[in-house]
Design a protein around this ligand. Structure first.
Ligand code: XMP
Length: 319
């Protein structure tokens, strides 16, 4: 019978049998799947687990601190945090092509992760948050974005010579089961029911060339949007919501005069499977409030727009 506590017990038993007393390495992204794997492995094998969290500089507002607070401070999981913002921005340089940006970010992620992995003496296993839909998806021939969806944190891209065996304890579970498991393991509800976040992060939400200045502005706008969605009980009614940075300047007025600043677009969708989606019909008063907050509180933004494109024909992300 499938119940979360049965699954916890069974998974712990299976992991212990599989791993024995070897050490396990996990790339922790802060997303639901890798977080649940971290919590599960911590319970199953405690000290034998080491997590690597790479801060690419393209994460959401205070994401790194949150991951460290939840896992390292509260749960006592060993997490190595790598501040790689400069490396990622340097590697991206002036690249503006979406797929090339994805490749640069994915490859560098693997490189940084591998460097840390090599510092560990006895790691024999590499844990991954692969879930059942990922297994099905990568079985079919996929091109373009789809096959990259997991590649960011995926061993698919890890060099052969690493010789780590794969540990995928969520391989047979669907997303809703993974979430129930996470709650059962004591992870915060907000973390377990978070909207999905793409591996390349803000790298594909800053259109064209990626700059630190843009990422800092975008993080603040995104944070206001998400904070308001949560406050007004709309977060769980949307499947994914975020802000997008448009590197174009537009004129505006404030008390002290004229502004000439950047534009952000807000995107919120409702979907079951992320293959098709409809734009979320958020209340006008809500959008008005968010727009005013963003323009008043963030220097560098003079205009906010709301994306009313469905998928298809548009995609959920802008790149
Ligand atoms: P699109 O934009 O293709 O997005 O309609 C569908 C879902 O996939 C996510 N997405 C990605 N996830 N790496 C990821 O890990 C990527 O390169 C990537 N591109 C899109 C997107 O956030 C949405 O949930």
């Amino acid at each position: 019978l499938w119940t979360p506590d049965n699954i916890v017990e069974e998974s712990i038993k299976a992991v212990r049998e599989q791993v024995g007393d070897a050490e396990v390495l996990l790339g922790l992204s802060g997303g639901v799947d890798s977080s649940v794997v971290a919590a599960l492995l911590h319970k199953a094998i405690g000290e034998q687990l080491t997590c690597v969290f790479v801060d690419t500089g393209l994460l959401r507002h205070q994401e790194g601190d949150q991951v460290m607070a939840t896992f390292a401070e509260h749960m006592g999981v060993r997490v190595i945090r790598i501040d790689a913002e400069k490396r990622f921005l340097d590697a991206l340089g002036s690249e503006s092509d979406p797929e090339k940006k994805r490749k640069i970010i994915g490859n560098l992620f693997v490189e940084v992760f591998e460097e840390e992995a090599n510092k560990l003496k006895n790691a024999q296993w590499l844990a991954q948050g692969t879930i059942y839909p990922d297994v099905i998806e990568s079985a079919g021939a996929k091109t373009g974005k789809a096959h990259l969806i997991k590649s960011h944190h995926n061993v698919g891209g890890l060099p052969e010579h690493m010789k780590l065996k794969l540990l995928e304890p969520l391989r047979e579970l669907f997303k809703d089961e993974v979430r129930k498991l996470g709650v059962e393991l004591g992870l915060p509800y907000d973390m377990v029911y978070r909207h999905p976040f793409p591996g390349p992060g803000l790298g594909v939400r800053i259109l064209g060339e990626v700059k630190k200045e843009y990422a800092d502005i975008l993080r603040l706008a995104d944070h206001i949007f998400i904070e308001e969605l949560r406050k007004q009980d709309l977060y769980d009614k949307t499947s994914q919501a975020f802000a997008v940075f448009l590197p174009v300047k537009s004129v505006g007025v404030t008390g002290d005069g004229r502004r000439y600043d950047y534009v952000v677009a807000l995107r919120a969708v409702e979907t079951i499977d992320f293959m098709t989606a409809r734009w979320a019909h958020l209340p006008y008063e809500f959008l008005d409030h968010v727009s005013r907050r963003i323009i008043n509180e963030i220097q560098g933004i003079s205009r906010v727009t709301y994306d009313i494109s469905g998928k298809p024909p548009a995609t959920i992300e802008w790149e």
